[in-house]
Every structure is written in C-alpha cells, then in structure tokens.
Design a protein around this ligand. Structure first.
Ligand code: HEC
Length: 207
C-alpha cells in the first residue's frame, strides 16, 4: 500500500458515499421535479383544451354525487316506464323510429347536469323531445319561463310516453350521466340493462 492509496483510500470511500447521497438527492429532486412538472401540465391543461380521452363531459363535471339506488331506479324509468329507449336506444345512441324525428345521441351531449334535468323534465318545445315531468308547464313548474296556457299547439314538445315526479327526473338523469354521457358502453352496463348476458352484450365482453 503506497501513500497515494492511503490518502485516496478514505477519500475514495467518502466520494463513494457522497456519490451515493447525491444520487439519492438527485433522484428525489427528479421525483419532485416530475411531480411539480406533471402538476404544472395538469394546470396548463385545465386552461387549454384537455386531451381527447381525458375530456369529461360537462354533465359529469357538474353532476352532484349520485347513489347507486337512484341510478338503478333511473334505469327502470329509462327502459320501462318513461321509455326513453324508444327514441334514444338501449345504448344511449339514437333509435330510428318510423315517422319520428331523430333523437339526440346521449353519449355525445354537451349539456350540463342542470340542463339535462331541465330538458328531461320539460322536453324541448317544438321538437320530438317530450316533457317527462308531471305538472311541467304549469304554474307549479313553468318551463323556459312558459306555461301551457302561453303556448300555441305547434310549440308543445312531443307528447310523453310516460311521466314522473322530480325524483324520477333526477333518477333518470343520474342513470344517463352514469352510463351514457361521454362514455363507451361496457359489458357490465349492457348486462345491467338487459338483466342477463344478452347477445347484444357479447361485443362488449372484456377479452
Ligand atoms: C318520442 C321520442 C323521444 C323520447 C321518448 C325521449 N326523447 Fe329525448 N330527445 C328526442 C329528440 C327528437 C331529441 C332532440 C330534440 C332537438 O331537436 O333538440 C331529444 C333530446 C334529448 C336530450 C337533449 C340532448 C342534447 O344534447 O341536446 C336529452 C338529454 C334527452 N333527449 C333525454 C331523454 C330521456 C332521459 C328520455 C326519457 C325520460 C327521453 N329523452 C325520451 C326524442 C325523444
């Protein structure tokens, strides 16, 4: 062992230790940087147009928390009693009905949650979208500032296939926001709709 080795020995070790420490520090700094960097990106994206697949539909962004029971009641309303399915199809896209105007595709709607509540309750005057709230367009619940007495026949929305109360409107909107708005159909939601593994669900079955 010569002098060089003696003098370099401990120093070498210290360098090793220092290197270890600084590597760890560098890693930590890098992690911190990545964190703040990706946060910065998130903030930037909030201002700009977010990436296509991460874009939340306005209804989802503005929806209050929804409970599973309300969504389940909403499905029954959609499918059975209000029969939204007649015009909007089981999957929320558009059903072609002989002699009826084409409905809107619910998976692509840009309406907010409150606007969905309003359009499902009140329908759209002078279109094929019926008013589903019992008592809509009366003094108890004017729609778009109107009561039926103010309207001429050609302004009425289409006659509903079924009507419900305010809770029912909330339930069916919770259902469409949960299953259709801004979403692709899933195997589970298909099975939920048909209450069994119907042939329609096969193409959604996870591989
Ligand atoms: C008789 C056919 C019919 C039925 C039944 C029906 N709709 Fe519609 N719906 C339409 C039509 C047509 C439109 C497009 C109206 C327009 O021209 O603006 C529409 C529009 C809508 C819109 C507006 C979407 C947008 O982005 O503008 C929503 C939401 C909607 N329907 C939900 C429902 C729900 C929920 C039900 C059941 C409670 C229902 N509809 C029942 C025909 C129907």
């Amino acid at each position: 062992m010569n002098n060089r080795e003696l003098s370099e020995g401990p120093a070498g070790k210290r360098r090793g230790l220092l290197f270890g420490l600084s590597a760890a520090a560098a890693l930590a700094a890098a992690a911190l940087l990545t964190a703040t960097h990706s946060q910065a990106i998130q903030f930037a994206q909030a201002d700009e147009e977010p990436a296509e697949e991460e874009e939340l539909a306005p209804a989802e962004e503005t929806a209050p928390p929804r409970d599973a029971e309300s969504i389940a009641r909403g499905l029954t309303l959609y499918r059975d009693s209000l029969r939204c399915v007649m015009c909007h199809a089981w999957d929320g896209h558009v059903a072609r009905v002989e002699g009826e105007p084409l409905a809107a595709d619910l998976t692509r709607t840009q309406l907010t949650y409150d606007q969905l509540i309003e359009v499902v309750a009140c329908g759209r005057p002078a279109t094929g979208m019926p008013n589903h709230l019992r008592g809509s367009y009366t003094d108890a619940h004017p729609c778009y500032g109107l009561v039926f007495a103010d309207m001429t026949n050609d302004m009425y929305p289409r006659r509903a296939l079924g009507q419900t109360n305010e809770q029912g409107i909330t339930d069916v909107v919770n259902y469409i926001v949960d299953v259709y708005v801004g979403k692709e159909m899933t195997f589970d939601n298909c099975v939920l709709y048909y209450q069994r593994e119907a042939p329609q669900c096969e193409r959604f079955r996870p591989q």
